[in-house]
Each structure stands twice: as C-alpha cells, then as structure tokens.
Design a protein around this ligand. Structure first.
Ligand code: AMP
Length: 502
C-alpha cells in the first residue's frame, strides 16, 4: 500500500503529516521546517513557495501572493505574470499543494498521491469545491476533505485515548472555527460547529499595524499608506513578529525604518490585549452560539483543545479558563494537530479500501456548517429564503420540504439553492440552479417535493418530485459561477505537471 498524507492547508502556514498503524508524524519540508509558509512568489515567471518566496515579499511585493485561502471559491486572478498568464486562487493553492506533496515524497522516498486535506468547518460548498479542484490541479487525489477542528479531535482522541465531549477552539492565521464533538474511542461525532471566515491572526496583526502607524505619525514620521506595497509588507512582518514576542514577553517594541529614519514604537501585552479585545469577544460569542446549538453547557465540556498558531496568545487560554473554569488541554502542538489528524484519517480510509485490519477504522460524523434552502414566495408574495436542511445537521443528510406552484398551468420551477440561515436573500449565498420543466395541466397550488442532500464530502444535491405521484421531475444542476469547470481543472493540471516549483 502506498503512503497517504494529511495536509493542513493553512492561510499563513501549511503542514503535512503521514500515519503508519495509527501513529502520525509531521513530515518536515525540504528546509527541515515543520511548517511551510503558505506563500507563492514568481521570479521571472518561476514559481517559488514557502520560505524562499517569503524572502521576496519586501523586494518584490507585486510578484508575491499570500492569504490565498481567503479567496478560495472566489473568481478573479490572484496574480498575472509578465506574459499576461492569470493565476486564480485554485492555481495558486495548487502550487502550494504540489510543493508540499513533493517535499513529502522526497522524505518518504516514494510518490505521494492520496491525501486528506483539511478545510475550516465554516467553508461553504464553493470553497470546498475550489480546494478539491486545487488538489486535482496539483496532481493529487483528494481522498476526502475534512474540517480542521474535526481533524484535531481525531489527533487528540486517538493519541491520548481520551473520550468525552471536546470543544475545539481553532484560531489560525485567517479563520476562526469552534466545534463541539463527542469522542468515543474511534468514533468522532460532531455536535455543532460555528465560525468566522474573516477572523484570524491576520486581524490581530492589522490592529497592531494601525496602532504603530498612528504612533509613528505622533513621533513626526510619515503617514504609512497601507497600499504602498513594500512598506505595508514590512510593517506587517514587524507587527506579526512583535505579536509573537508578546505571547512570551509582556513588553516589546516595533521598529520601522521609513524614508531613512528609524522609528521605535513600544507595545505592551496589556495594550495589545486592549486594542484586540473586540476580536476576542467575537470568538467568545461564536463559542456560546456553538454550545447553544448543541444544547450543551460549559459544565458538560470535558476538554478544550486549542488549535491554530494564534491560540498561543495568552489571552486565549485566559478566556477559556474564565468561561470553562479549566485550563485548555495541552499535549499536541497546536500547529501540528490538524495535519496529524488528517494523516490518521487518510490512513484509516486507505485501510478501509484495502480491507486491512491493522488499525481500528475511524468513524467520523460531521455536521453541516450552513443551512441549505431555496428562495420561495412567502404568504405576502415576497421572495425570501426558506430552509430545507438546517445548520448543524449530521452529514451525510437528506431532507425534504413541500412547495406549491403559484399559477395554473405553470410549466417550470426554478430551483436556486441557498447557503445560510437568514430569511433575507441578501445575506445568504445563492447558487444558481436550472429551471426544472413541469408537466402540462398542473393547477395552482400543486404540491412539489424538494429534496436536498449533502453527501459525505459536503457537496450539495437537489431534486424535485411531484408529491402526488412521487415521480422525479429532475435533479437540479447547480451553476457554481466562481468555480472552475472540469475542463479547466484538467487543463491546469496538465500545465502544472511540467512546472518545477522552487
Ligand atoms: P495557522 O494558520 O494555524 O498556521 O496560524 C498562523 C497564525 O498564528 C499567524 O497569524 C501567526 O501570526 C499566529 N502565530 C503563530 N505563532 C504565534 C505566537 N507565538 N503568538 C501569537 N500568534 C502566533
């Protein structure tokens, strides 16, 4: 059996692990580091990934792409090279994945193809699809996408043989997720999940950057324009480094050289905590929401696991202790847990396929992070969002709801699919669906059954039935306008196959 890997494809850093007989280990990259910065640079058209690429962030800000995970599932190029060739988020991510897999292959001494890749629990259908496409462009076989907190739960559960109710608090570089799960030996059941797609270490850096820019101005320095390429990249670098120092020290300072003059801005942990308090509170509100959704209380939580580099900030464990009355669990490095869990799951899936029995098969039951529904007319004739599958339903799942035709002789029904809880359509994601033809002669008020399903990978399916006969009127083809077509994926895959990534 060939080795499988688990990839934690992070906003700022990524990690790769492999598992043998249920024991997982991180695979260091070619530089010997356990984490690879999730950055890509292009030097004269040549792609570079990781540390080498990061070194170019100040000198070549235009040829440098970072935080691409935040753009997954969105259209539009992230980079245009000197020949006008455009790179979308999937292609940039594919360069990262290819390089991670190449480094894993080098250390394992064999080709690597099969991978479990992790995504934030909060990723919607389009973002998951984009991640899967990126893996395919990279020449990988994405065995399964799993949610990052679930992967962390697997790593903790299997490594320490601990059972109980786990709350995973995952604050990475760009996203925040909170997940409540029950762990019983090899059975992981997620009860509820919630998160914030735009909240991570990056936002804590931004707060320091704004603070430092204001202080430099007070010291008579020039205004720092955040769009002036190299200055912003350098300021971000200095502020991120200061933030990390403040996880150990209680005071530090940020140094910047601007227009040939040196500036030094002192920063204490107390000030840092004060200017970022609003961000911390946002995570607290999400945590309470997750407990509410699972109808659980803090007393029922057996352990709190901290995942993601940003949980090293002391304010996070302080908040957890204040809320839960106990210190968060240590044991696994928060940078490693997600990749380790993904690797264990990859091995379990591969063993399942080969019917081998060396390792207890893992059962992982996750939940939907978004409600699914469709726009329909309410009693007053307003187009609103109606929900068919609620948020936090176990995956895979299938639910149905009955709608009625609005006029005599109606010949088509349009079935767009919505992702999100809000009744107002402006606040949910709408995936365009095809028109489904209806048979002739239906009276107004004819009952149509709409069945929606999430499969094991979190991919959406929708079908319409005539309730009176139970006959299917058609499966809905969803148009994911921001996602790639199958043809684009295979073209990009062929293009990337011949590219050497430094
Ligand atoms: P991840 O996406 O999980 O790799 O998390 C990366 C984020 O963790 C980045 O925003 C880092 O700045 C942040 N981070 C890493 N180490 C520390 C630290 N010691 N203190 C505070 N933040 C950290």
């Amino acid at each position: 059996m060939t080795r499988t890997i688990g990839i934690d494809l992070g906003t700022t850093y990524s990690a790769v692990a492999t598992s043998l007989d249920g024991v997982a280990e991180i695979l260091p990259n070619r530089d010997g580091d356990r984490l690879t910065p999730s950055v890509v640079a292009f030097e004269g058209g040549q792609p570079l990934v990781g540390k080498e690429a990061r070194n170019l962030s100040t000198s070549m800000p235009e040829d440098y792409v970072e935080f691409v995970k935040r753009k997954m599932g969105e259209s539009g190029p992230e980079y245009i090279d000197e020949n006008g060739k455009e790179y979308g988020p999937e292609q940039i991510s594919a360069l990262l994945l290819r390089r991670l897999a190449d480094d894993a292959a080098a250390i394992l001494g064999e080709d690597v193809r099969d991978a479990v890749i992790t995504v934030p629990a909060y990723f919607d259908d389009g973002r998951r699809m984009a991640t899967r496409d990126a893996a395919e462009i990279a020449g990988l076989n994405p065995m399964r996408l799993i949610n990052e907190p679930t992967a962390a739960g697997i790593a903790y559960g299997l490594d320490f043989r601990k059972n109980g109710m786990f709350l995973v608090y995952d604050l990475g570089g760009g996203t925040f997720d909170a997940t409540l799960m029950k762990v019983e030996n090899s059975d992981i059941t997620v009860l509820a999940t919630g998160g914030d797609r735009n909240l991570g270490g990056f936002d804590f850096d931004n707060k320091i950057m704004t603070h430092v820019a204001a202080k430099v101005l007070e010291q008579g320095g020039p205004p720092m324009l955040f769009d002036s390429g190299g200055v912003e990249a350098e300021l971000r670098r200095q502020c991120e480094a200061a933030k990390r120092r403040l996880s150990r020290a209680t005071t530090t300072s940020v140094r910047m050289t601007l227009e040939g003059k040196n500036y030094q801005v002192p920063l204490s942990r107390a000030t840092f905590e004060e200017i970022t308090n609003g961000l911390l509170t946002r995570t607290e509100i999400t945590l309470e929401g997750v407990l509410d959704d699972a109808e659980a209380s803090w007393e029922q939580v057996d352990r709190v696991l901290l995942i993601g580099g940003s949980t090293r900030m002391p304010m996070i464990s302080d908040m957890i202790e204040r809320l839960s009355g106990r210190k968060p669990d240590g044991g696994i490095n928060p940078d490693d847990a997600v990749a380790l869990g993904a690797a264990m799951y990859a091995e379990s899936l591969a063993l399942g396929e080969s019917n081998a029995t060396e390792m207890a098969a893992l059962t992982v039951r996750d939940v939907t992070s978004h409600a699914l529904g469709t726009p329909a007319l309410d009693e007053s004739g307003n187009r609103v969002n109606t929900i068919i599958i609620p948020r936090n339903a176990p995956v895979p799942c299938q639910r149905e709801r009955v709608y009625t035709t609005v006029e005599d002789g109606q010949r088509v029904v349009n079935l767009d699919v919505t992702e999100g809880d809000d009744t107002e359509l402006d606040y949910v994601t709408v995936l365009k669906g095809d028109n489904i033809p209806l048979p002739r002669g239906l009276r107004r008020g004819t009952r149509l059954q709409v069945v929606m399903a999430y499969d094991v990978d979190g991919v959406i399916h929708a079908e319409v039935f005539l309730e009176a006969t139970g006959v299917s009127l058609g499966e809905v083809q969803l148009h994911r306008e921001n996602n790639l077509t199958r043809e684009e994926v295979s073209n990009y895959r062929a293009q990337l196959a011949g590219v050497e990534i430094l």
